[in-house]
Ligand binder design. Structure first.
Ligand code: H79
Length: 447
């Protein structure tokens, strides 16, 4: 989605959110009585430990270099869009390179579009021929190659799955993103959910080995529909109990859901106008964003975030007890543009020095502020000083005695005082281009 789109629907989104809240107030559509399995709870903890993931938007839309909403934005007809797969032949796609890039960036998981709102399956689906193997000259299943490679390289793989479908006639009645693209004015909604969608989810959770989870998107297109969530969620948890359900519906989580994700926002912030301010205290949290201003490959988008910007976002996410899922849109030939690669390498370089203060941590005991955030792990509190120019930093009290403080980067001792009112740190002066000054506090175990 381009920045243009985002600014255009801000107001509409608010009205939409209110309606959706009232409709979803009851848990009628969720997996009632859901008790996460031990494997699922373990997977949630592992998810929180990973902290940093790679989001990938890749589909036949990538051919046009105009983002993943191009079908809708250009109001194309079905028979016009049907030509796109004919040109999708990613001869340079190499799963090993993609997974290696994620690893070199310090990312621990990948979430890739198995199908976006165009409904086009980027995997070998028997449910419909609207898929990469049946319709493109490539004829292969990149998700299978990616899954195998992720398993080899120790990266968890999650599948993004759009519940919204602009192509299937059974997605009927159509939702608020509807336009006349040549579909008939009738369709079988139950068949769409129970056969088509659940059928594809069964394929994804059966043919690709252990899957990290399913990242749902697009339910906001029909907020008042019955999405048979209880059935779908139970199916997923039955097929792979450890697979996490991560719905991007921008609403309060419902039973059966395992992670709360926030699109282009930190948890609880709503700068985009479509996120909820409610933050679950139970579920793992995730914040998604994109490395430029588009999700799918956009040839005209050069608004790249700097490596330092990505690092700051990751630190702020961690300080808010959240993961960061950072997106790239690979090119239609299967290559990832150099602008993304250099930035991701730089972030990985940074993480090789600062990763201790991020991976495996949870949000720290001190509320995030403009100055920075804290994370914590075992007997350590990591004070991340992101935006503070004075030599002394005063912080509120924390439980337990601080026995020592040192700079993460060089291990040099950091002067501090602690009393009932809080603590004062003498922050090491910022070196040039230092994104984050991290002071490691060791807390004495309570006796
Ligand atoms: O996959 C990427 C985007 O294509 C997809 N989610 C990310 C991860 C996405 N599409 N749109 N949005 C996210 C934002 C949603 C905007 C909405 Fe609306 C505003 C939904 C409801 C109100 C636009 C206006 C769609 C319906 C009305």
């Amino acid at each position: 989605m381009s920045n243009l789109r985002r600014s255009a629907f801000g107001k509409f989104a608010c009205a939409f959110a209110l309606t959706a809240c009232s409709l979803w107030g009851s848990h009628a559509f969720a997996q009632t009585g859901y008790q996460p399995s031990p494997e699922n709870l373990q997977a949630r903890r592992e998810f929180q430990d990973m902290k940093f993931g790679m989001f990938i938007h890749w589909g036949v839309y990538s051919v046009l270099g105009d983002g993943e909403w191009v079908f809708h934005n250009r109001k194309l007809m079905i028979e016009e869009y049907n030509r796109l797969p004919l040109f999708f032949d990613p001869e340079k796609f190499d799963a090993r390179t993609w997974v290696a890039l994620a690893k070199s960036a310090g990312m621990k998981y990948i979430t890739i579009t198995s199908r976006h709102h165009d409904g086009f399956a980027m995997f070998d689906s028997k449910v419909s021929d609207w898929n990469i193997v049946a319709r493109t000259p490539y004829k292969k299943d990149p998700l299978k190659m990616l899954a195998d490679e992720c398993h080899r390289q120790g990266i968890k793989l999650f599948f993004y799955y759009s519940q919204l479908d602009w192509h299937n006639p059974d997605y009927y009645p159509r939702g608020q993103t509807n336009w006349n693209n040549g579909r008939p004015d009738h369709g079988d909604w139950n068949a769409y959910l129970d056969n088509y969608m659940d059928g594809q989810l069964t394929e994804l959770l059966t043919n690709y080995g252990p899957v990290g989870g399913i990242w749902f998107d697009g339910m906001w297109d029909k907020p008042d529909a019955d999405w048979h969530l209880a059935k779908t969620y139970a199916l997923i948890h039955r097929l792979q109990p450890a697979a996490l359900i991560i719905p991007n519906h921008h609403q309060t989580p419902r039973p059966g859901e395992d992670v709360q994700t926030f699109e282009r926002d930190l948890p609880g912030q709503n700068t985009e106008g479509f996120n909820t301010k409610y933050v679950s205290s139970q579920l793992p949290l995730e914040s998604s964003d994109t490395l430029n201003d588009s999700w799918g490959f956009n040839i005209g988008d050069s608004k790249y975030k700097s490596a330092a910007d990505v690092e700051r976002r990751l630190v702020r996410a961690a300080g808010n007890n959240s993961n960061l899922l950072m997106n790239i849109g690979p090119m239609p030939n299967g290559e990832i543009q150099q602008e993304f690669v250099t930035r991701l390498h730089a972030v990985g370089e940074w993480l090789s020095k600062y990763g201790d203060s991020i991976y495996g941590t949870r949000g720290g005991p001190i509320a995030p502020g403009d100055w920075g955030v804290t994370t914590q792990k075992a007997d350590k509190i990591y004070v991340h000083v992101l935006n503070w120019n004075a030599p002394l930093l005063a912080l509120p009290p924390v439980t337990g005695n601080i026995t020592s403080a040192h700079s993460l980067l060089d291990g040099a001792a950091v002067e501090f005082t602690q009393n009932v009112d809080g603590m004062v740190l003498k922050v090491p002066p910022a070196k040039i281009e230092e994104t984050d000054r991290v002071v490691v506090l060791t807390v004495a175990k309570a006796k």
